[in-house]
Design a protein around this ligand. Structure first.
Ligand SMILES: [Zn+2]
Length: 115
C-alpha cells in the first residue's frame, strides 16, 4: 500500500520531468511497461497485480503475513489482500464477499486473541 503510494508519487515526478520528452510514453519506456499502465497507477488508485509488472516497477512481490488461526506455511501463495473499512488493518479474504477483517467479523463466530 505504502509502496504503491510512493510509486505513484515517483511516476508523477517522472512525468513532470519528461513531460516535454514524450510524456507518459517516456515514463513507460523508463520502466519497460505500457503507457496506459503508468498513467493508470499515477492517476487512479490502481495497483498492478501482475508479478512481472510489479518487479519492473519495484513493487514488492512477496509480503510477511501472520496467522490468526491455524498455520500458514512459509512460501504459501495467497490472493490479493484488502483493507478493512472498519479498522484499517490489512487482511486476506477467505471469500470474495468478505469486506471486513477477521478481528471485526470473526471467522465462523470465533473470537480472536490478537491486536
Ligand atoms: Zn477490521
Amino acid at each position: 500500500m505504502f509502496d504503491a503510494l510512493k510509486l505513484k508519487n515517483t511516476l508523477l515526478d517522472d512525468y513532470s520531468k519528461l513531460k516535454h520528452l514524450g510524456g507518459w510514453q517516456a515514463v513507460a519506456d523508463l520502466y519497460g511497461v505500457g503507457k496506459t499502465m503508468v498513467w493508470r497507477i499515477a492517476n487512479t488508485d490502481y495497483i498492478p497485480k501482475d508479478q512481472t509488472i510489479r518487479k519492473k516497477l519495484g513493487l514488492p512481490v512477496s509480503a510477511q503475513v501472520f496467522p490468526v488461526m491455524g498455520e500458514i506455511l512459509n512460501g504459501s501463495a495467497a490472493p490479493a489482500s484488502r483493507i478493512c473499512p472498519h479498522c484499517g488493518n490489512f487482511f486476506i479474504p477467505n471469500a470474495g464477499k468478505r469486506r471486513k477483517c477477521y478481528v471485526c467479523v470473526p471467522y465462523r463466530d470465533r473470537k480472536l486473541d490478537l491486536l
